[in-house]
Every structure is written in C-alpha cells, then in structure tokens.
Design a binder for this molecule. Structure first.
Ligand code: ADP
Ligand code: ZN
Ligand code: ZN
Length: 812
C-alpha cells in the first residue's frame, strides 16, 4: 500500500510513502503519519491512497500512524490543493498555515511544559511519564532530546498523547505576542448544581451571615449576568476577599483563573433581543432570496445601517437548521466590541479563533468545530482553515479589506476568494458585507455572478454625515511646513467638545514626523537596509524604518554637509496628538496606532475607554477605521487626504474612497447628524466628490472606466513575480531570464522587470514582473506553469541560487 503525504514544508510536490502491512488498517486520508525525510522526522497528513507503486523510485516506509481518525475532512485537503494551485505554492505551505502548531510535529519542534495546570501523573503510561518528568524539570525539550529518552520508534505517538493530555504544547513563534487577559471567575461548586443540595445548604445556614450574603449576591449575579468575576462579586456584595476565601474553603464557591476571551462557560442558547427595522428585514429577505439563486451575495449597506444585526439574524437562521457559520473579519477589526455583541446573542455556541491564541486553545477550538459542537466561529483569515463539520454560511465582513490577502509567507491567499471556493465544496453560502465594496465584488454583481442587496439607510434613520472639504492651500501656514490643523477644523473640534461629543482625527501616518530634512543641503536620513526615509518618533526620541523596523538614534549632524539644521517635514499621528493637546489643553486625548497599542489588549482597552466617553479626542491611523461603533462621535477630521489620494497603485481611487467613507462612517452613528472635515490641497479630486455625496455607484463607474482603459482587474487577472537578492544586478538578471522565458507565449501581457517604488527592503533589492492576463482559465494556468518552469530553470543556475522568487497571484 502506498500513500501521498503532505508535509509542512516547501516541496515541489508531495512525496509517496509505503505503508507496512501492520499499519494498513489504520491509514486513511486525513490522518497523520510519521515519516522521515533526509534525517528529519515529520508528522505529515495522508492526502490520498495510491493504487500502485511509483515507477521511478522505491518509496520508504512510514514509521507510525498517529491518529485513529482523520484530523481534517476531505474538504480541507481539497481546499489546500486549490490554494496551492491557485496561489502557486506547495500544499505543505498551506498545511503549515492551516494547522495549529500542536497538530504539526517535526524534528524541529520544541515542546513546552504547560504551566497552566498541575498534574497527577497517574494517567500516564511509563514512556509518557519519562517525558513528562523531564519536561516538568526542564520546562522545554527538543524533539531529539525526547528521542534520547525513548525508544526511537515510539517518539511521535508518545508526544501526541502528551499534547492531548495537556501536559505540553508545541512552541510556535508568534508574530506578535498575545497574552489573553485572565480574570478570576467565581463558580458554584459542582455539588450544588443540584437544586435540592443548594436549598439544603441555604436553609441550614447557621454561622457567618456575611458569607451567606456573599453567596446570595453570587446567585443573583449569575442569574442576571451569566458569569461572575471575583472583583465584580466583591464590589457588588461589599464583601472582603477573606470572606470569599472562607466560602471557597468550605467548598461552596470555586475560584478559577480563566482567559476572558474563552467562553466555555456561557450557556448554549440563542438570545436575540432586537427586531430588525423594516429596511433591515427587507435586506434579510433579499439575502435569503439571493441565496436561493446564487451561492454568493453581496450586502452593500451604508455605515451604521446595522449590517451586524442582519448577519446575526442570518446566523440564527443557519444554526437553527443545525448548520455551522463562519464569520470572518479582518484581523484588526476583530475587537472585543464585536466579540461582545455576538457573544450576547450566541453565548456558548460561538468560538473566537485567533492566530495569537496559545496552541492548546487553538486545538481545542479546532476539535469543537470538527465535532460540530461549536456552531459559530468568529475569526480572522486563518479561521477559514478550521475543519467545519457542516458548514452552512460564511460571512466575510468588510470584504473590501486588503488584509484578507496574506502577504508573507506563502500561501499568499485571499481569504475572501478562498472562502468562496471552500463554501462551494460544502454547498454553503457566502455573504460578503461592506459599506464600500471592492470593485471586483461589485463588478461580479453587475455580471450576475453574485446577488446584490442594498441597505441604504442608517439604523434609526440617522442621516449620513455631512462632508466638507477644506482647501489646505488657502490656509496661511505659520511655519514653513504644511498646516496640520486648519482653523476651521479647530473650530469644529471646539464646538463638538462644548456639546460633550467626541472627535476622531484620522492621519494615515504614524510617528511624529515622516522625515527629517537637512535645511542646508536637503539630505534626508534613510534606512541602512531599505530604500526608505526614516520617520522621527518624538516620544522614543528615535528614527524608525517602518519597513524593517530598525530604529536609529536621532541625527543631529547632516551626513552630507555637516550642518545641524534639520527641519521636520510633514506630520504623523504623534505630532497631531501633540498639536491637538496644545490647542485643547483641557481635552482628554489619546492616540491609536501601532506604536501606542502594542498588544491586542491595549487596542481593546482604548476602544473601551473611548466607548465610555473617557476620551474626548482620538487620534489614529487605519486602526480607528475598522468597523467600530461609537455612539457619541459627531466629528471626524481627515487630516491629510493628499497622502491618501496620491498613492501610486492602480487601486488608489478605490482605496481612498473606502478609507474616507469608512472613517466618515464613524461619525453621527446614533443620534444626530455627524460632520466630516477633510483637509486636502486638491479639493476638486473626483474621488472627493464621490465621498462628499456618499456615492459608491459613481465611484464604481468612474473606476471601472479607468480599469477598462488600462487593462486592470476586474477585466484582467494579475500575477506579480518578485525577485529579491542582495545584489541589485543579480536580481535583475534573474528577472530578465524569466521575462525571456515568458515572452514566447505572454509577450504582450508581461510588464517589466521594474523596480518598485521602494526598491530595497532589509538589504534585499527588489525587481518585479507584472503579468496582466485575460480572464481565461486555460491561459492563466498555462502562464502559472510557465512561471513555475522558469523558476526551476533560474534556480538550477548556481549564480541565481540565492535569488528569492515569489509569485503573487491577485496581488493587492
Ligand atoms: P454597520 O455594521 O452596518 O456599520 P452596526 O451593525 O454597527 O452597523 O449598527 C449600528 C448601530 O445601530 C449599532 O450600535 C447597532 O447595535 C444599532 N442597531 C442596528 N440595527 C439595530 C436594530 N435592529 N435594533 C437595535 N439596534 C440596532
Ligand atoms: Zn546637509
Ligand atoms: Zn529598513
């Protein structure tokens, strides 16, 4: 018996292994098997059974079968294959992105002792015990160290068991450290789940009346709020920690430390405490109608129209039919605000899936989705890879958002587009939602590929905000630079503050000053590793490269002419914050950008403060844009629209409209009409006219004409190939070879090689080829094959072995 196995690595193709007779009964697609490649071992996934032995070579035997049942369903394997082919990467790379670390084992894995709980080791076998003991002592072990402890043939199965028993987990390098906030929750000891026992206890209470009171407060809180935290209980009951401890010692109450975003204990029921407005109900019906004809439906609903309420009703409809729902959001829109809103309705049915959760939590969710116990998953991009048992609906909220596309590393997939493929495998429906749909999706509606539903009014008939443009050229500048806060904007902020309202100021750049320039000779400090000017950060008193993150001490002496005369050019959020504070010394001002909110909890904390009106003015980047719902904001200022409108990218108009419309959408959401002020030096820019009228349709027509004229999507498909090398000419030569190779069949479609605007990042020079293909599947596939052949040819030449070649399909 022979099998094709996917290993979490970049390999040009999947390899074949032989299955020894005694393991054959256990092998089926989707189970993990232990295999050896070179001298390393991996837990790979069986993709399929092969009926005959490959002719070219003698396959090696697998070492172990790790699972008794598949860890993924056939649909996952199909999705991985589709992503690998479509986005030009290996299935191993998709597997790498798709599975939680605990399900992937290789010789490189590091096991981490699980500090979170204490064990009795009584349920461990001898081999498990040996490893667990070593882990407890050393806190972490490499897999080869485990190998030394055990008989080599037994290692992976033992580790797998230890992970399942929660003794350890697999270390995973996190892009951003995420510490889920833990709180101490109070629960009733399980023996009082029985009503009679509880009544007995209360009726026969003799001493300690304070403790009795505390217990009653607890029972009351549980009834009203579902969950009780220690601080809340103590506050509510006016009791002391000692009294609570007393109840715990009597085994009446139990304290449990738990991550707040884990929701295991919420009751599993649905609570819909609102009714849809007439417009929302109409949209809901139309979506249902749309789904009866088409697989995909686009809900174009203006900001604050209550799309989330429509989603909620659709989710309810889906799960009452016993199906599962995936609700996807761009990573930074996945805030506690939206989590709270959905938890309120779906309690214990819903799970949050986050790449930053620890591996144990991720596997726990993985398994509950697989058994069908979890009905709704709210997650970012990677939640698409969860093994849904019976998926009915995928919602891609803010479907226009570019962060649905993964940049690095491969797979460079677009989660919205992959979701549509995945849904078709499950015969599920896809709802795309946005106030500012992508040109591609809207175009698909006009081509009758997707159903289109419009929701044109805000909930409660609140009007869309009034948008005015301030011509910044007409504002006399005090010093040399551009004006950051025009008098009209200052006056408007003043009015809002007097009305006890809140203000959001949006600036697309973080830091203090985007660059410093020598006043004498014009020299500008640049990053040593990238072709990028350095941004001045005042609070840290440093210069930073926003491409590679390198930070430099502030420069006082010009490297070119030696003068000490530096000017600050332009302004970032940090500077805006400072200027606003000068203008409004009594206002409470905060900043929301990647520098001020490092962890995800900071982000949530800031949102909460703003929600509770403990901040008057919030200055921020993109982060303030994404799907947030604040009641009391009545003014939004866009500080520098030039920076948004003058980007060199064919999507600039679309992005500018989306950004400005979305930021504006934060104003006047609940009571009274909001105001938006846009500062710009070209007030006649067509996109601004569309923004002013909130006119997406005209933006769409305008943009579609542009795209047609210049052969851009949605009329074509783009494939970009990026070449990276530390020597500029080597990268260029490699790109030229690719161009030559593609010329025969794709001479007219290829552009380049060219250097991108930022042509050096982290000491690597970049060259790009851009291919614009007609929307013809056969030609697109031919082109992908030829690119792949060229990559093989180029990399077989020693001179170019160091060149990184990255194909990017549908780049954003
Ligand atoms: P969108 O996602 O379309 O921008 P939201 O779903 O955030 O809009 O809705 C805007 C606000 O209006 C929210 O605070 C929401 O709770 C409220 N809202 C919308 N529809 C309803 C409804 N049917 N009943 C009660 N409140 C609603
Ligand atoms: Zn100088
Ligand atoms: Zn850099």
């Amino acid at each position: 018996m022979f099998i094709e196995v996917i290993i979490p690595l970049f390999l040009p193709k999947n390899y074949t292994w032989a299955v020894p007779a005694q393991m054959q009964a256990a092998v089926q697609p989707g189970v993990r098997v232990e295999v050896q490649l070179k001298n390393k071992r991996y837990a790979g996934i069986v993709k399929k059974m092969l009926d005959k032995k490959p002719e070219e070579f003698e396959p090696k035997e697998i070492l172990n079968v790790l699972d008794t049942e598949p860890v993924v369903y056939p649909q996952q394997l199909d999705l991985w294959q589709w992503i690998a082919r479509y986005y030009m990467c290996s299935e191993g790379e998709v597997m790498q992105a798709a599975m939680p670390a605990n399900l992937k084992l290789s010789s490189e894995s590091i096991l981490i002792w699980n500090e979170e709980r204490s064990y009795d080791f009584s349920d461990l076998t001898d081999s498990e015990y040996v490893v667990a003991e070593a882990l407890e002592l050393k806190k972490e072990l490499r897999l080869n160290e485990v190998q030394q402890l055990l008989d080599a043939s037994n290692v992976y199965p033992v580790i797998k068991k230890l992970i399942e028993k929660g003794v350890c987990h697999v270390w995973e390098e996190l892009k951003e450290k995420y510490r889920s906030k833990t709180e101490t929750f109070v629960t009733l000891h399980s023996k009082y789940n029985n009503e009679d026992e509880l009544a007995d206890l209360l009726n026969n209470w003799s001493k300690a009346p304070k403790q009795m009171e505390l217990l009653l407060s607890y029972l009351h809180l549980v009834k009203t709020e579902g969950e009780v935290t220690q601080p809340k209980l103590l506050k509510k009951s006016n009791a002391t920690a000692a009294q609570l401890k007393g109840l715990c010692e009597k085994n009446i109450l139990v304290l449990e430390k738990r991550a707040t975003d884990r929701i295991r204990l919420l009751p599993r029921d649905i609570q819909i405490d609102f009714t849809l407005s007439a417009a929302q109900q109409k949209a809901f019906d139309e979506v249902q109608q749309g789904f009866s004809e088409k697989q995909v439906c686009l809900l174009h609903g203006v900001t604050a129209s209550g799309k989330t309420e429509v989603y909620t009703k659709l989710i309810e409809a889906c799960i009452t039919q016993g199906k599962q729902v995936l609700y996807m959001l761009p990573e930074i829109a996945l805030t506690s605000q939206i989590i709270r809103r959905l938890q309120k309705h779906f309690g214990g049915y819903i799970a949050i899936y986050h790449s930053k959760f620890n591996p144990n939590e991720r596997v726990e969710i993985w398994n509950k989705v697989k058994t069908g116990e979890t009905k709704v998953v709210l997650g970012a991009r990677s939640s698409l890879f969860l093994p849904f048992k019976d998926l009915g609906l995928i919602i891609a909220d803010e479907e226009h958002d570019a962060s649905y596309k993964q940049q690095d590393p491969a797979p460079r997939y677009h989660a919205r587009d992959a979701a549509i493929y995945y849904a078709s495998l499950n015969n599920a429906r896809v709802l795309l939602g946005s106030a500012t749909p992508s040109i591609e999706s809207y175009y698909n509606c006009t081509q009758q590929k997707y159903a289109l539903v419009q929701l044109d009014e805000r909930y409660g008939q609140v009007e869309l905000p009034q948008i005015s443009v301030i011509d910044i050229k007409k504002v006399p500048a005090q010093d040399k630079g551009k004006v950051a806060l025009s008098p009209s904007l200052i006056a408007a902020i003043d009015t809002s503050l007097q009305q006890q309202k809140q203000v959001i100021l949006f600036q697309n750049r973080r830091g203090y000053s985007p660059y410093l320039i020598c006043g004498t000779c014009g020299w500008i400090p640049q990053c040593r590793h990238c072709d990028v000017t350095l941004t001045y950060h005042k609070a840290k008193n440093s210069l930073a490269c926003h491409y590679c993150g390198t930070s430099y001490p502030v420069i006082n002496t010009c490297a070119a002419c030696g003068s000490h005369n530096f000017n600050q050019k332009n302004f970032g959020t940090e500077k805006i914050e400072e200027l606003v504070a000068e203008a409004f010394p009594n206002a409470r001002i905060s900043r929301m950008d990647y520098d001020s909110v490092k962890g995800k909890n900071d982000h949530d904390a800031l949102i909460k403060l703003f929600e509770q009106q403990r901040i008057d003015i919030l200055v921020g980047t993109q982060m303030v844009v994404k799907g947030l719902d604040f009641e009391h904001v009545n003014l939004v200022g866009i500080i520098d629209a030039d920076g948004i409108l003058n980007f060199t990218d064919f999507r600039v108009n679309e992005r500018a409209f989306q950004l400005m419309e979305q930021v504006s959408g934060r104003a006047g959401r609940r009571d009274g009409k909001g105001t938006v002020l846009i500062q710009v030096s070209n007030p006649m820019h067509p996109v601004l006219q569309f923004v002013k009228e909130h006119d997406f349709t005209r933006l769409f027509q305008f943009e579609l004409a542009n795209r047609k004229q210049f052969d851009y999507p949605p009329f074509t498909r783009l494939i970009q190939v990026i070449f990276k090398h530390k020597e500029k000419h080597i990268a260029e030569e490699a790109a030229n070879i690719m161009m030559q190779g593609l010329k025969k069949d794709f001479g007219n479609e290829c552009n380049g090689p060219a250097q991108p605007v930022v042509d050096r990042v982290r000491n690597q020079y970049l060259w790009e080829i851009l291919i614009k293909l007609p929307k013809d599947a056969a030609r697109i596939n031919l082109c992908k094959r030829e690119i792949q052949q060229q990559i093989v040819i180029i990399q077989s030449n020693k001179r170019y072995r160091g060149v990184t070649i990255l194909p990017d399909v549908d780049p954003v």
